[in-house]
Design a binder for this molecule. Structure first.
Ligand code: SF4
Length: 242
């Protein structure tokens, strides 16, 4: 289990964060319980040691989440440290000239991201004194913060039981609990499932675990099905490439 590819993105960025009532993937309670318990047990043994897991500062969580969109963890790590040394707070990022911010971003690529991050910092300072709001609608009112990023900030900075659904999480939930059809066409139901699966009060660990599991076990191309703790009830086991 060595693959570490983990790309994040706001795979679904609807105008509202509100849950779609009535779109549900039925999961027997026993499977729900097994999935939660086994995922958290696996995470306790295999969690990655990542610097953004050692902070609850919403600004630092935001920086990590924006960097992890479209960029692999290994490439983000050195830039994350450099960025926070140069811009340790939302205020310092907001005050920096945009040209310099874009230069600091190099070579991460997908260069709309530093522009958005800078704009978020300025708006945060102007409207919230350099803080980020907890409220999902207010978070998603920032240009560049979609439903996934808002969920990650709520779960990882504010420790709320907020759901997330990036490409990795979507793949894991779809494989384990659905097993057919195109996951991209089932986003609403998968968002609801992501929310329904969170054990109360454990949103932080559960969401981090889901992302690590998708990056290290249930990988996109060659999932480690034979070693997988979910294989006895996974609807995709054994995975075969189509
Ligand atoms: S059995 Fe395979 S497809 Fe199913 S969750 Fe595990 S790794 Fe993923």
């Amino acid at each position: 289990m060595g693959a570490t590819r983990q790309l994040r993105s706001d795979v679904n960025t609807p105008s509202s964060h509100r849950r779609r009532v009535g779109v549900a993937i039925p999961v027997p309670p026993a499977e729900k319980r097994k999935f939660r318990e086994r995922l958290l047990k696996w995470y306790a043994q295999h969690a990655r040691d990542l610097p953004w897991r050692k902070t609850s500062d919403p600004y630092k969580i935001l920086v990590s989440e924006i960097m992890l969109q479209q960029t692999q963890v290994d490439r983000v790590l050195p830039k994350y440290q450099e960025w926070l040394t140069k811009y340790p707070t939302m205020e310092e990022l907001a005050e920096a000239p945009l040209a310099e911010v874009k230069e600091t971003w190099y070579p991460l690529g997908y260069n709309v991201r530093p522009v958005r991050l800078h704009a978020i910092a300025r708006e945060s300072v102007a409207r919230y004194g350099g803080a980020l709001p907890k409220d999902p609608e207010r978070l998603q009112a920032f240009k560049g913060i979609g439903r996934y990023t808002a969920g990650a900030i709520r779960a990882f900075a504010f420790r709320e039981d907020a759901p997330i659904l990036d490409t990795n999480v979507m793949r894991v939930l779809h494989r384990v609990f659905v097993g057919r059809g195109d996951p991209k066409k089932q986003k609403s139901a998968l968002w609801n499932l992501s929310e329904a699966l969170i054990p109360r009060g454990k949103g932080y660990d559960f969401n981090q675990a889901l992302m690590d599991f998708g990056a290290m076990v249930c990988t996109a191309r060659d999932p480690y099905c034979l070693l997988c703790p979910m294989k006895d009830f996974c609807k995709t086991y054994p995975f075969t490439a189509r």
